[in-house]
Unconditional design. Structure first.
Length: 178
């Protein structure tokens, strides 16, 4: 994986990028990819990745709990992720929360669509009936992607995020499996 602090140069064509279930061997690369996207300060709730130790626990715990977690891999480097984690409360286990991101140089090539399609398909097979997420209202690319996959706006979370002293509204979006 390239350094989390250097811009990525996309050297792989989208077709050569593999989408696969996350494994232990991807955890460091996943951590670096999350860190890069978080440090853009525009898309994620976090502004840097949690520690590698916490990230490892997050991945291993969520796999144990039945989450679907895919990564996009280019020449051995993790360049994106898509995870859908079921809620744990007794009445909410049919609901899962989506998170995804792709490092900047690899966006707009259909990788997000490929990851989301396989993640939702696998989640439905595991009994997830509702997928939900919260996205900043100015994240046009993500909102367009989610709408294309059948996510519907359920409401606006006002002043949901605060970055560098500026408040941002966010949309709660959800998709139901029929
Ligand atoms: C959101 C994200 C995952 C989409 O992944 P991607 O690989 O770039 O998406 P795709 O190439 O599959 O494109 C999907 C759709 O996004 C939309 N899209 C892409 N770029 C866009 C832009 N700049 N403005 C509006 N819509 C855009 C298009 O509708 C596109 O569909 P199309 O191919 O029919 O035109 C990616 O942009 C990303 O990682 N963003 C930063 C992190 C983030 O926002 N995560 C989600 C937080 S809720």
């Amino acid at each position: 994986m390239s350094s989390a602090f250097q811009p990525a140069a996309a050297t792989s064509s989208a077709a050569s990028i593999e989408i696969m279930p996350i494994g232990r061997q991807h955890i460091a690369g996943f951590h670096a990819a999350v860190d890069r996207v978080a440090k853009e300060r525009r898309y994620l709730a976090m502004l840097e990745a949690p520690s590698l130790t916490r990230t490892r626990r997050f991945v291993l715990d969520s796999l144990k709990a039945g989450a679907v977690h895919r990564v996009a891999v280019a020449d051995g480097d993790v360049v994106g992720w898509c995870d859908l984690r079921p809620k744990t409360a007794a009445t909410l286990r049919h609901t899962a929360v989506l998170g995804m991101g792709i490092v900047a140089a690899y966006r707009g090539q259909g990788i997000g669509s490929r990851m989301l399609a396989t993640t939702l398909e696998m989640a439905a097979a595991r009994g997830i009936r509702r997928s939900e997420l919260i996205v900043r209202v100015d994240n046009a690319a993500a909102i367009a992607l989610y709408r294309r996959f059948g996510f519907v706006d359920e409401g606006t979370c006002r002043n949901y995020m605060r970055v560098d002293g500026v408040d941002y509204d966010a949309l709660l979006m959800a998709r139901l499996e029929r």
